[in-house]
Design a protein around this ligand. Structure first.
Ligand SMILES: [Zn+2]
Length: 569
């Protein structure tokens, strides 16, 4: 059985839906497709559940959550999530790592959290960061509004000659606009740069206002950090007022088996980790160590550095990123969550020290490297040459500059790639990130009943013993944060007796507390290092029943799965 997908080009919603349905139909024993709800404009929010159903139902196994495409333009993220589903399903039974994962775990894969914004980004020139609450052009009410005014299918830049302007044309490459030096007077002509568009509403012919977008940024809509009025543009009117964010939140709160999360974004080529709102010194030390260890593994696999959003990815620490899904899932639920910014065009262009945060002024040499990358690997498609245009409001302007979608924001699809190297950018990006995500998934706590024994003490009198073990990397409580918020219940071991059998000693349900993971043993034992906790415990019962009676032992913990063993007296 197989299902093939050509990952060379990005997918519109209907194509993505067809592939998800195709995978679910081709692998009915491993995959189930469900809609978690509908977007503003009525598109399904798909969730593909992937596990070997023969080894237990999805909700009795620890689960790993993967989401993508919460931001409209980040189409390479959908690709990575779909690729991961395809990788798991097509390799089950032949790849030992994949087979282990689907036998022991569940994957919840949500490839497109923002299907309306994605469709607008894929089918129009609009630079969209919302979720379709407002249609293109309606998300801004006044001032300069982005628009493809010359009808070439792109929204780029307009340059207007102005003696007071901030920009000038590079002498090395006339496409390149350079920032004017402070105090510089006589190296013009100078220009002002604006996004291509028209001025809406009453205009006095002088002031060009630029409004912040009002559209929904779903990754600011989660219920965390909404204190003291701290919320960011696009956050919505109140937490979870966007239907897509509400559906995700309901899914997470009703799936207490989730033990790890990966949220995909573009771009930057970095694995981001919490905190988003506070320095590293505020994180529990054990959790910070976990993030650093798993983050180092991520860096080994993908080459991307792993950084704290607050420490290294926030342009203004006075305006931390509130309401994000990763902050919510780690801070409030204690789930180790990474938010990866796929793809860094600066790396592809051979820039030695690429910026982690992509909004910055680059050196002229680096800007020229990017233009050369465009000329060679994209056949020049990524940069629109400056050309004169008679703007109905501003008069003579020139329109040109970088396109956005398949240059900076996403790796080029096959139709944009002019070299074999460029054709590898997209498949390599999605493959390497898939591999890290599967390794992160395998860090889960994992409960097993490793021994279940019956000892006959006298006629109709039996001692039952069971050993319950955490075979996972993480402890059954996952993280210090989860422990603090009681988001991971302790391990309970239950003995179910049929009618007529009598329990003489031992509670029918025994709470054995939490079991350690192997993460706490980072060196050989030393009195200076962390105390070692036990990863396994034994429980016992005394039962009066007749020979041949079947009994069921069940071990369960919210974040470590449910295991059953049958014994016969
Ligand atoms: Zn994003």
């Amino acid at each position: 059985m197989s299902y093939s997908i050509d990952f060379g080009e990005y997918f519109l919603f209907d194509d993505l839906t067809a592939h998800l349905q195709g995978l679910a139909a081709a692998y009915p024993a491993l995959a189930t497709l469900a809609s978690l709800g509908r977007s503003h404009r009525g598109r399904d929010l798909w969730c593909l559940t992937v596990t070997n159903q023969a080894t237990g139902p999805h909700d009795e196994k620890p689960a790993f959550y993967i989401d993508a495409h919460i931001h409209a333009e980040e189409v390479a993220t959908s690709h990575t999530a779909l690729y991961t589903a395809w990788y798991l399903l097509t390799r089950y039974g032949s790849d030992a790592e994949v087979t282990w994962l689907l036998d022991h775990m569940t994957f919840y894969i949500l490839p497109r959290l923002n299907p309306d914004g994605a469709e607008i980004s894929l089918t129009t020139a609009h630079h969209w960061c919302g979720n379709g609450r407002y249609l293109p052009g309606a998300e801004q009410t006044r001032g300069l509004c982005q628009m493809d005014i010359n009808g070439d299918g792109y929204i780029v830049q307009m340059r207007l000659e102005d003696p007071a302007g901030e920009w000038k044309i590079s002498k090395e490459d006339p496409r390149l606009m350079l920032l004017r030096e402070p105090g510089e007077q006589h190296d013009g002509p100078y220009y002002r740069l604006y996004r291509e568009g028209l001025i809406k509403g009453p205009w006095d012919g002088v002031t060009i206002e630029i409004e912040k977008p009002r559209d929904g940024n779903l990754n600011r809509n989660f219920p965390t950090g909404w204190i003291d009025g701290r919320r960011q543009y696009g956050a919505g009117d109140y937490a979870l007022d966007e239907p897509e964010a509400l559906a995700i939140a309901q899914f997470l709160t009703t799936h207490p088996n989730i033990t790890g999360m990966q949220c995909y974004h573009t771009h930057g080529g970095v694995h981001l980790r919490p905190s988003l709102v506070a320095p590293d010194s505020t994180l529990p030390r054990g959790d910070l160590a976990l993030y650093k260890t798993i983050g180092a593994m991520a860096t080994r696999i993908t080459g991307y550095p792993t950084i704290s959003v607050y420490e290294e990815f926030t342009p203004d620490p006075d305006q931390p990123r509130t309401g994000s899904l990763m902050q919510w899932s780690y801070d409030e639920m204690g789930i180790i969550t990474f938010s990866t910014e796929l793809w860094n065009p600066e790396l592809a262009a051979g820039i030695a020290d690429p910026a982690k945060y992509q909004v910055r002024a680059r050196s002229t040499a680096d800007e020229i490297k990017l233009l050369r990358y465009n000329d060679e690997h994209l056949g020049g498609r990524g940069f629109i040459p400056w050309a004169p245009f008679d703007h109905p409001q501003l008069g003579r302007v020139e329109i040109g500059g970088w396109t956005h979608m398949y240059t900076f924001r996403n790796p080029p699809p096959a139709s944009w790639a002019a070299t074999d190297t460029a054709r590898r950018f997209l498949p390599d990006t999605i493959h390497q990130n898939c591999l890290f995500t599967l390794r992160h998934a395998a860090c889960t706590p994992l409960l097993r009943i490793t021994r279940a024994e019956v000892t006959a003490l006298a006629p109709d009198l039996y001692k039952i013993t069971a050993v319950v073990k955490n075979e996972g990397y993480l402890p059954t409580y996952m993280t210090q944060r989860a422990l603090k918020h009681q988001f991971a219940t302790a391990v309970k071991v239950a003995l179910a007796l049929p009618a007529g059998a009598e329990l003489l000693m031992g509670d029918a349900v025994q709470d054995i507390g939490h079991l350690a993971g192997r993460e706490e043993r980072t060196a050989t034992w030393s009195p200076w290092l962390r105390e070692w906790n036990t990863p396994q415990r034994q429980v016992a019962w005394l039962v009066r029943a007749s020979a041949g009676t079947p009994l069921t032992i069940t071990a369960a913990a919210q974040r470590a799965g449910t295991q059953r063993r049958q014994v016969t007296l």
